[in-house]
Ligand binder design. Structure first.
Ligand code: KG4
Ligand code: ZN
Length: 336
């Protein structure tokens, strides 16, 4: 069979990324332009600024990826992009770019669900995933446990009842006075601390595969606030360490429950929070203990990137599941 090259575009939040992927899993060239430094001073992503920056960057990032790949735009077999979920104005920039390329070069246009992209990050440079699997997505907007009987069959086992885990990292970081994005900064701080603060036992008696993170966020908030009122000193690195351990324990316990309950022997992990070394190693330990295979993408493929989007587009290309050029963005798009 002829090799298939798909150019993917990701612009759902604050990363403008373009990638060329061969046969659904080989990363030929990827460019990621992050706006973190721009949004840092506002403490989070400002949607209007994000879309304007995507607009300034998109053609530059496409040119960079194409020149890294030593290929030409006309060599692509299809153009794909994220159409949701995400920030509408940001999504629109990537969507219009992919549709325009598809129109100019007369090649199929493929629309990809961003969450599907995160799951497909597990395929990058690893084209040998055996189904059924359980997929754990941990990002800024999601904490999902999904049973997949095949590449395209999804069954929700659990998700968060309130905040997503990444959102919780970001909010706790802000309470501790750390800058955006909070997750990596909490991880850095935690590595210098010890687990000395008592944290609540999250969902101790809950038998479902659901998560809840708002309780721990309030707990850290009260702890810092009360210490401030009493003029007591806090040790931020120890709070970060105890917080990270507490949410990781919940993540590992619920994921283990989902795997054992459903007798599944492979775990896929993805999403920005999966770049956290402490979380990665604790999930790995749990899987080793239970004889379960675990697949976690390299850290650069956990946070938002276009490689995962081009990977997710490949089975759609094979099934000729092409999208029309009047496709619009869907900011609250769900997985099913
Ligand atoms: O997947 P992602 O890049 O974007 C979404 O689709 O949401 O995830 C971003 C989230 C943010 O909340 C960020 O703080 C978190 O992932 N994150 C981390 C780490 N790196 C990114 N959380 C904990 N530890 C990290 N090292
Ligand atoms: Zn994402």
């Amino acid at each position: 069979m002829k090799d298939i090259y798909i150019l993917g575009i990701e612009s759902s939040c604050d990363e403008t990324s373009v990638s060329i992927v061969k046969n659904g899993y080989l990363d030929i060239a990827t460019t990621i332009n992050t706006q973190i430094d721009i949004h840092k001073k506002y403490g989070g992503v400002v949607p209007e600024i994000a879309s304007r920056k995507h607009l300034e960057n998109i053609t530059i990032v496409i040119d960079e990826a194409i020149s890294k790949s030593n290929m030409k735009l006309e060599d692509m077999d299809a153009f794909a992009c994220t159409y949701g979920p995400g920030l509408s104005g940001s999504l629109l920039v990537g969507l219009e770019a992919a549709k325009t390329l598809s129109f100019i070069y007369n090649k199929p246009f493929i629309k990809v669900n961003h969450m599907m992209g995160h799951i497909y990050a597990n395929k990058i440079n690893n084209n040998n995933i055996k189904y059924p699997v359980i997929s754990l997505i941990i990002s800024g907007g999601h904490t999902d446990l999904i049973l997949m009987n095949s590449e395209t069959d999804f069954q929700y086992l659990g998700n968060t009842m309130d905040d997503a885990i990444g959102e919780c990292f970001d909010k706790v970081a802000r309470i501790l006075g750390l800058s955006y994005p909070g997750g990596p900064n909490i991880e850095k701080l935690a590595s210098k601390g010890n687990d000395t603060y008592k944290m609540p036992k999250l969902l101790e008696k809950d038998n479902t595969c659901n998560f809840s993170f708002s309780g721990i966020k309030s707990h850290v908030n009260n702890l810092v606030h009360n210490a401030g009122q009493r003029n007591e000193k806090i040790i931020p690195e120890n709070i970060a360490c105890s917080f990270q351990k507490c949410v990781t324990d919940l993540l590992v316990t619920k994921t283990e429950k989902a795997l054992l309950k459903n007798n599944i022997k492979t775990l896929l992990v993805s999403g920005g929070v999966a770049s956290n070394t402490y979380i990665r190693s604790n999930l790995e330990k749990m899987c080793k203990k239970n004889g379960i295979d675990i697949n976690i993408p390299n850290k650069i493929y956990c946070t938002d990137n276009a490689t995962m989007i081009a990977c997710a587009a490949y089975p759609l290309y094979i099934n000729k599941d092409f999208a029309s050029l009047d496709t619009d963005v869907i900011s609250n798009l769900k997985l099913n």
